[in-house]
Design a binder for this molecule. Structure first.
Ligand code: FES
Length: 211
């Protein structure tokens, strides 16, 4: 069988670097691609003084391009400061792999978004200046756009599952239109909490299911 990939991509696909989850990461993120519904998780450890990424790993639930890009971005980001790592683009990652087929650009975008998401997660947890915006309904809505509705392969907001968002004195209250005992309710709850709970000014997240 002939693969549409060059040798570097194939090598990273077959022997991905820094693969797997991480115990007690300082920052982590799971991002989904609206283009294909695949997902990637990125975990980082950060030196609190220098803000250098000292360790990084990823898990991909995507295709060969995504695995190869996940592998290469972990190599590119390790040893860089958060600010430097934020600037890594999907084009640079793709170039470092010797190029990906055009139809596969979104797979490298997904991997880079995973890295940026893990950095943002770290910054939000530590209240770093860039992320010190107050949590508003709009901020929550933006976060919920990153949580997949597993029944549709699109996010919770686009699929109209979120009926109400209220933010009051550090408490985020959500109404989700799904029976509490639905097979996906627990996983949705967990993912929503993961995206919002750590925000610096959020004290509690209450999720009610209706339907
Ligand atoms: Fe989904 Fe590549 S096709 S990540």
């Amino acid at each position: 069988m002939t693969f549409p990939y060059n040798d570097i991509v194939l090598e990273h696909f077959k022997n991905p670097r820094n693969v797997g989850s991480m115990e007690k990461p300082d920052g982590k993120s799971t991002e989904g691609s609206p283009a294909c519904g695949d997902m990637v998780s990125v975990y980082i450890k950060v030196d609190p003084d220098t803000k250098i990424i000292t360790d990084i790993s990823f898990e991909s639930y995507g295709c060969a391009s995504n695995i190869a890009t996940g592998s290469i971005i972990t190599e590119m980001a390790k040893g860089k400061t958060l600010e430097e790592a934020k600037k890594i683009t999907w084009k640079e990652a793709s170039q470092a792999l010797g190029g990906l087929p055009a139809i596969k650009a979104h797979c490298s975008v997904l991997a880079v978004e995973g890295l940026r998401g893990a950095i943002t997660n770290y910054e939000e947890k530590h209240g770093l200046s860039a992320s010190r915006e107050a949590t508003t309904v709009e901020v929550v809505r933006k976060k919920l756009k990153k949580v997949m509705n597993p029944m549709m392969g699109l996010d919770l907001v686009t699929t109209n599952l979120v009926k109400e968002i209220e933010v009051k004195e550090g408490v985020v209250h959500l109404l989700i239109e799904l029976p509490e005992n639905h097979q996906f309710s627990a996983v949705i709850k967990e993912e929503v909490k993961e995206k919002i709970e750590h925000l610096w000014d959020v004290k509690n997240v209450i999720i009610d299911f209706v339907g």
